[in-house]
Design a protein. Structure first.
Length: 213
């Protein structure tokens, strides 16, 4: 079999076929890392680009991500046996007072699709929780989402809490969500604003690479 078959089936969300092909690739002796990169991650990269260019929409992304997760479940024990580590660790959540999570979940999927480990804190997350998690879990990036103009101010509190904890030199703070802008990002002293999930994942990979180098 060819690994691009995994990528192609993942892109159209065929979870069961992806699972079967991942298992087949393992049986045929492909290294787990290669199956991950040339099969699953390659497929999610295509999905991410199409989503960014409005060629596909949220439902298609969710279906593809589910297929990726099913394939990744089979690979996980083999990846750890090969000593493959995630390329970085990110904690993500929707800020305190805000219960919207579709955008956050999309970003999480795209980040996992890039090989990052993601600690999902859910919604209504306090600044202290973001910072404490980053310290305890050794995250390189804190990722905050807000969908309401009334809650986006909390992102500024996250930056202040990170400064107070003395981790600003080693943790990047990324923000996003419908009302958020680059101007707001500059105002509160966050490191990065991205307008879509694919860009957020790409930026997080860059940050993690720089911080773990």
């Amino acid at each position: 079999m060819e690994l691009h078959e995994i990528s192609e089936n993942l892109q159209i969300g065929k979870a069961k076929i992806v699972q079967a092909l991942v298992q087949q690739a393992l049986d045929e002796g492909y290294p787990a890392q290669e199956i991950l990169e040339k099969g699953l991650l390659d497929g999610m990269n295509v999905v991410g680009e199409k989503f960014k260019n409005n060629e596909i929409y949220v439902p298609e992304v969710l279906i593809a991500a589910r297929a990726m997760n099913k394939g990744a479940e089979i690979l996980k024990p083999f990846l750890s046996a090969e000593g493959v580590k995630a390329t970085g660790r990110v904690c993500i959540g929707t800020v305190q007072g805000d219960l919207h999570d579709i955008g956050k979940n999309l970003v999480k999927m795209m980040m996992e699709g890039k090989g990052l480990e993601v600690v999902d804190l859910g919604t209504d997350v306090s600044p202290d929780t973001f910072v404490r998690t980053a310290i305890e879990q050794n995250c390189q990036v804190i990722c905050c989402s807000a969908l309401l103009t009334t809650t986006m101010g909390v992102m500024g509190d996250v930056v202040k809490a990170a400064e107070a904890a003395g981790i600003r030199d080693r943790v990047k703070i990324m923000i996003g969500g419908a009302p958020v802008t680059q101007t707001f990002c500059d105002q509160i002293g966050a490191d990065c604003y991205t307008a879509d999930a694919t860009s957020a994942a790409e930026k997080a990979v860059e940050f993690c690479a720089a911080l773990t180098a």
